[in-house]
Write a protein that binds this ligand. Structure first.
Ligand SMILES: Cc1cc2nc3c(=O)[nH]c(=O)nc-3n(C[C@H](O)[C@H](O)[C@H](O)COP(=O)(O)O)c2cc1C
Length: 192
């Protein structure tokens, strides 16, 4: 392999893969959903999760109005739903009706939680800040929904039960191989 070094961010796609998620919101009596690949856990106490949303997204209006969103982690078998919510604008279309998106009951916010997600966080908007050309929306996780069988007794995602949808930019999705898991004890490798 030949290593390339150059100034700037290049195609800004060298950091993938990321989980291909769907961020949902509700305001003005309507639900919306958008694909989001730019997201990150931020803090344990309080539990904070961030999503990076362009001001061009209809979802941002709903999130700022309702001060809530949910982030839904999707299995690969529903990657089409990620592409559908990422390929259409809530300002033009009711995505829940058009794509027959099924919801389950949210318990702490009005943001819809998706039935097909293997896990979802309901978040109250904790803060938001414009950083460059996106708005970093920080959510405080106030409820979690997850498929019990998808996680083992150590709270690890059981890859024999769920294939998480990952995104590697452009129109490309990928998933994990259960046999690729390596367990590396920190103490065997660290020096503290
Ligand atoms: C896999 C995938 C990941 C995406 N990630 C983001 C993201 O992290 N932030 C963002 O602002 N837009 C992202 N988008 C684009 C939005 O999902 C897309 O513009 C969508 O139509 C916005 O919908 P809305 O206008 O109804 O909110 C992504 C699209 C795809 C397909």
């Amino acid at each position: 392999m030949t290593k390339v070094t150059k100034e700037g961010a290049g195609k800004f796609s060298y950091h993938y893969p990321f989980c291909a998620t769907i961020v949902t919101s509700h305001a003005e009596g309507r639900d919306n959903a958008m694909a989001v690949a730019w997201h990150a856990p931020i803090s344990v106490n309080p539990p904070l999760y961030g999503v990076s949303i362009s001001p061009r997204r209809f979802s941002l209006e709903l999130i700022l109005q309702s001060k809530a969103f949910a982030i839904n982690f999707m299995p690969m078998k529903y990657a089409e739903l990620v592409a559908q919510t990422g390929g259409s604008k809530g300002s033009n279309v009711d995505k829940f009706a058009k794509f027959n998106i099924e919801k389950e009951e949210s318990i702490k916010t009005n943001a819809p939680v998706l039935k097909k997600a293997y896990a979802a966080y309901e978040c109250e908007l904790y803060d938001h800040i414009t950083l460059g050309d996106h708005v970093w929306c920080v959510g405080k996780i106030v409820a979690v929904h997850y498929e019990q069988e998808a996680f083992n007794d150590k709270d690890l995602l059981d890859l024999t039960k769920v294939d998480p949808a990952l995104y590697i930019s452009g129109e490309n999705y990928v998933t994990t191989l259960p046999s690729s898991v390596r367990h590396l004890e920190r103490n065997d490798y660290g020096n503290r």
